[in-house]
Design a protein around this ligand. Structure first.
Ligand code: 5RP
Length: 262
């Protein structure tokens, strides 16, 4: 059976494949959530199966946990792991300082807790995720369901006077009903267009009662691996800049791509 991936999926795949070189035997590895992170989990599963890689995976969502188990990765909880060697995750945006907006897939809370509990965080992305200033992607914030409309009003009020280009706040829906996170919370998507000062923003927004966490990851990411549709990858390090360029042969094995026709 032959599969044709779009350039964007190839870009995600090669970024994920490149990231596996940082995963070594015995590591406790945080497994991100989303379509790029799913490639990583599949690539790691292949290494576990074919090369006997021995890792423990700490998933950041029930979706990722299920996928990891399906591909043969041993899954443990964060409480069992306590501290991780490495977390690899996708992103919705990253800037030149490797600050991120995450949570497009609704898993920002577990993702942030797991990444923060790791010696190192590597982001895997296609080049479209790079921005000069964060905020073009709507910033997700996780709110508890109790009084969420009041929380939303408080958020809207707090946006007035902040250095932003947009101020629209929307409850994330799943079809006709509000979206629920793995923690049983809702997500508010903040259409800010441009966040002038991400540090201030994060501090101020997290002070509002009812807000559990926001999707800004500041000073968390150490490396960004950018994949391109032609198989090229670049590894950027927060301290050293561009540290590696590589080209990954795109071999379509039925093992990795088997579920694409589902
Ligand atoms: C999930 C996330 C994802 O990492 C982010 O949404 C990127 O997803 P994708 O790799 O599918 O573009 O933060 O909460």
């Amino acid at each position: 059976m032959s599969f044709e991936l779009s350039p964007i999926e190839k870009a995600k795949f090669v970024a994920a494949k490149q990231a596996t070189q940082y995963v070594k035997d015995g590591m406790k590895v945080g497994l991100g959530t989303g379509s790029t992170a799913a490639w990583l989990v599949k690539c790691l599963g292949e290494l576990v199966e074919k090369e006997g890689l021995k890792i423990k995976g700490i998933p950041t969502s029930t979706r990722t946990a299920e996928l990891a188990r399906n591909v043969g990765i041993e899954v443990i909880s964060l409480d069992e792991a306590k501290w991780l060697d490495l977390t690899i995750d996708g992103t919705d945006e990253y800037d030149d300082n490797f600050n991120l907006i995450k949570g497009g897939g609704g898993a920002l809370l577990q993702e942030k807790i797991v990444a923060t509990a790791s010696d190192q965080m590597i982001v895997i992305a296609d080049a479209s995720k790079h921005v000069k200033t964060l905020g073009q992607f709507p910033l997700p914030i996780e709110v508890i369901p109790f009084g969420w409309q009041t929380t939303k009003s408080l958020v809207e009020e707090s946006l007035i006077g902040m250095d932003l280009l947009g101020r629209q706040v929307a409850l994330r829906m799943k079809g006709e009903v509000p979206f629920y996170t793995d923690e049983g919370n809702h997500i508010l998507d903040l259409h800010l267009k441009r966040i002038g000062n991400v540090r201030n923003f994060s501090i101020i927004i997290n002070q509002i009662p009812g807000i559990v966490e926001n999707g800004l990851f500041i000073d968390v990411c150490d490396k960004v691996i950018i994949g391109y549709g032609d198989g090229n990858v670049e590894v950027l390090d927060i301290n050293e800049g561009l540290i590696e360029k590589n080209r990954i042969d795109f071999v379509e094995t039925t093992n990795l791509f088997a579920d694409l026709n589902d």
